[in-house]
Design a protein around this ligand. Structure first.
Ligand code: SAJ
Length: 478
């Protein structure tokens, strides 16, 4: 039946008008890069005129980016394509009828990953709207991170329900996962290789036609739609696994009284043809909106869309969810190190003042989604400690007061606990901190930012992730 689709696509002609549903940190740069392609005559950015995000429509049509943070090149590109009349943001979804290609870049968070059920409601609503205005020969592409099996399964079903058209016969359907990082959105889309997976060869070819003009150094990697869904979730699952391997080895090194970083250097020294260890870094935990959920998308895919039975060691947990548990354990380990440090000063968590430095999940960003610091904060608060949070870039977080004055946070603190390696913390001098904190202060380094000997010589009780060689040091000052 794909010949029928091929004929329909040929009758429709080359892609000219594109619709992007979801004006977020993926949809906006994607739409602007399409609009910058001479062969594409018009790009509509579709945005619901909702109380929470309807403001973006006017901003974008005035050439002003609603995205926070620095995005090199984005504002110039936006004002250029708006002034040329090649990009327009609208809440009139009926204009989808004009589009030869429709991409959907809508977030798919987990409400609670413990039950493996992602919140697809916003994405499914977007797919439903796309279906409502779908015309024969259109290409529909899902860019959101989705559970493997979604494109060929529920997405195809919703589009049929709304349009009466059948994917793979009347229109093209594909998955092309986004691989963008805030701070380098345009560069990522242009330079990363683009995974493109159609539900059939005609859909794949049409998706290749759509994305090829946008890539600069990146190349297209074609595959099936489900393989594309697995690729996206697996690339983050495997990164999470690498981090968990480093975290577990760091815990071992602490237990054996050795320095993880010596071991890492040693392991990394094993070079040669085809030999690599690519060790990542242990730390206070794994945050963000990618690694904390994509493993569960992958796990859900193999459970919900099996073609054949899964053959796996009987009764054994998935290596990938175990990796998630190890990474989620690290904030608890930070509490363990804090307790141990305080005990050396004959103090307990109960009643201790803790200066928690860093709330963002990545250094030098204001992104605090799924920050590991939150679990640490909750556990210490439950144990009766007074936790004062500082972050130079994150100013608001539900339920937590984030202080902007580090002096106030350090004042009389019994323990200073570093969760995020923001640049400003790297330049903190021991004396500056010692002048403010209480006697026999503890310092717990969650990101290997400080030199242990400098801190120990200055009089701190030191604890660090992976620093089994220093965590039981002699106390230098009473
Ligand atoms: N982390 C460690 N140890 C490491 C690396 C990271 O503990 O060695 C922690 C970080 O502190 C952070 C979390 O993991 O809390 C996630 O860090 P990340 O560098 O993976 O940043 P993300 O979550 O923004 O991941 C994104 C992903 N990109 C996309 O999904 C498009 C991921 O695939 C990229 O590999 C990653 O950026 C990247 O490399 O920048």
């Amino acid at each position: 039946m794909t010949q029928n689709l091929q004929d329909t696509v040929e009758r429709r002609g080359p892609i000219r008008v594109i619709g992007v549903i979801g004006m977020g940190y993926v949809g906006i740069p994607s739409a602007l890069l399409f609009a910058d392609v001479p062969a594409y005559t018009k790009v509509y950015g579709f945005q619901r005129d909702s109380p929470g995000s309807g403001y973006k429509i006017e901003m974008l049509n005035q050439g002003i980016s609603p995205l926070k943070g620095k995005e090199p090149g984005l504002s110039d590109l936006l004002s250029r394509v708006v002034s040329l009349g090649k990009f327009e943001c609208t809440s009139d979804f009926s204009r989808l009828r004009e589009c030869d290609a429709i991409t959907l870049a809508i977030q798919t968070p987990f409400l609670d990953h413990r039950d493996l059920v992602p919140d697809f409601s916003a994405l499914f609503e977007g797919i439903r709207v796309a279906g409502r205005y779908l015309t024969p020969g259109t290409l529909v592409v899902l860019e959101s991170t989705i559970t493997p099996g979604t494109t060929t399964g529920v997405a195809r079903t919703i589009l049929f329900e709304e349009s009466g058209l059948t994917a793979g016969e009347d229109f093209c359907l594909a998955h092309a996962p986004e691989r963008v990082m805030v701070g380098r959105l345009l560069a990522n889309i242009r330079e990363h290789d683009r995974i493109v997976g159609g539900i059939d060869p005609v859909s794949t070819r049409r998706a290749i036609e759509l994305y090829s003009p946008v890539l600069s150094t990146g190349s297209i990697i074609p595959m099936s739609a489900t393989a594309a869904e697995v690729t996206k979730t697996a690339e983050n699952t495997l990164r999470d696994l690498q981090i968990a391997a480093a975290n577990q080895l760091a815990l071992y090194c602490e237990a054996m009284g050795i320095n993880f970083y010596d071991v890492r250097a040693g392991v990394d020294s094993l070079k040669g043809e085809g030999i690599t260890r690519a060790m990542l870094w242990p730390g206070a935990g794994v945050g963000g909106h990618c690694l904390t959920k994509d493993t569960y998308h992958l796990e859900r895919g193999v459970v919900s869309a099996p073609v054949a039975g899964l053959d796996y060691p009987q009764g054994k947990e998935s290596l990938y969810t175990l990796a998630r548990d190890i990474n989620d354990f690290m904030p608890k380990h930070m509490v363990f190190l804090t307790r141990q440090g305080l005990a050396r000063a004959e103090k307990t968590l109960q009643g201790a003042v803790i200066a928690l430095l860093g709330w963002a999940f990545l250094p030098d960003t204001d992104d605090a989604r799924n920050t590991p610091a939150e679990e640490y904060y909750r556990l210490c608060d439950e144990a009766g400690a007074e936790v004062r949070v500082h972050d130079p870039l994150v100013f608001h977080y539900p339920g937590v007061i984030i202080n902007r004055d580090i002096n106030a946070v350090l004042q009389n603190a019994d323990a200073v606990v570093l969760f995020t390696s923001h640049g400003m913390y790297r330049s903190l001098s021991p004396d500056y901190v010692l002048e403010r904190v209480s006697k026999n202060p503890v310092l717990v380094d969650g990101r290997n930012v400080f030199d242990p000997d400098t801190l120990i010589d200055a009089g701190f009780i030191y604890k660090g992730i992976g620093r089994g060689d220093k965590n039981y040091h002699q106390l230098t000052k009473s």
